[in-house]
Design a protein around this ligand. Structure first.
Ligand code: ATP
Ligand code: MG
Length: 178
C-alpha cells in the first residue's frame, strides 16, 4: 500500500533547496521555487519525497550550467499524463524541476530511468555518479501513485515533472480508497 501521511510539497522542496545550497553556490547557481497554490499537500512519506526532489534538483545542479538557475514550479496539472487517468476526478499536482544545461538527446530519454544508465558525455564523466538516482525517483514516485515525465531540448535544458495526486479536502477520501 502507498505511504499515507500528510506531506507539504512546498516544505519538502524548501528543505531540499536548503540542503543543496552549498552545491548550488559552488557553481554560482540559484534554486528558485515558485507556486501560486495555497495548498501544496499530498499524501505520502516525507522522507521518500525528499529523496525524489533531492535527486532531481541535485541532477539539475550537476548537469546545469555554471551561473544558471534551477527553477522548481509547483502547480496543478491541467493535462495530467495518461498514466494518471484513473485519478482524473482528483486534483493532480505537478512539480517541475527545470534546468539550463546542454540538455539530453532525444534517443536517451526513454532509458534515463533505467538503473545504471548514464549518458556518456564529457560532462557526465566529469561529474560522476552511479546512474541510480532517476531509477529511485521513478520507483518512489510510482509508490506515491504518481508519474514522471522528462522533456529536454539540446542546448537549452531539461524539465523533469513529477505528478502527484493533490491532498485537497474532497480528494482525501478518494485517495484513501484508491
Ligand atoms: P547518481 O546515482 O549519483 O544520481 P547519475 O546522476 O549519473 O548518478 P541519474 O540521476 O539516474 O544518475 O541520471 C542518469 C543519467 O541521466 C545521468 O548520468 C545523466 O547522463 C542524465 N541526466 C540526469 N539528469 C539530468 C539533467 N538534469 N540534465 C542532463 N542530464 C541528466
Ligand atoms: Mg543523479
Amino acid at each position: 500500500t502507498p505511504p499515507s501521511n500528510d506531506c507539504d510539497v512546498s516544505t519538502i522542496i524548501d528543505k531540499v533547496a536548503m540542503a543543496l545550497k552549498v552545491k548550488a553556490d559552488a557553481k554560482n547557481m540559484d534554486i528558485r521555487v515558485t507556486t501560486n497554490l495555497e495548498n501544496t499537500h499530498t499524501i505520502g512519506e516525507e522522507k521518500e519525497l525528499i529523496q525524489v526532489f533531492q535527486n532531481l534538483i541535485e541532477n539539475a545542479i550537476k548537469y546545469g550550467h555554471q551561473d544558471s538557475t534551477v527553477d522548481v514550479k509547483i502547480d496543478l496539472a491541467k493535462n495530467p499524463p495518461a498514466a494518471l487517468a484513473r485519478y482524473r476526478h482528483s486534483r493532480i499536482m505537478s512539480v517541475s524541476v527545470c534546468d539550463q544545461s546542454d540538455g539530453i538527446a532525444r534517443e536517451h530519454l526513454p532509458r534515463l530511468t533505467e538503473r545504471f544508465y548514464r549518458v556518456d558525455t564529457a560532462r557526465s564523466r566529469a561529474v560522476g555518479g552511479t546512474g541510480l538516482g532517476l531509477a529511485i525517483v521513478k520507483h518512489l514516485v510510482q509508490r506515491h501513485r504518481g508519474t514522471m515525465t522528462i522533456e529536454s531540448e539540446v542546448g537549452k535544458g531539461s524539465v523533469f515533472t513529477v505528478y502527484l495526486p493533490a491532498r485537497t479536502g474532497d480528494n482525501v477520501h478518494k485517495l484513501h480508497r484508491a
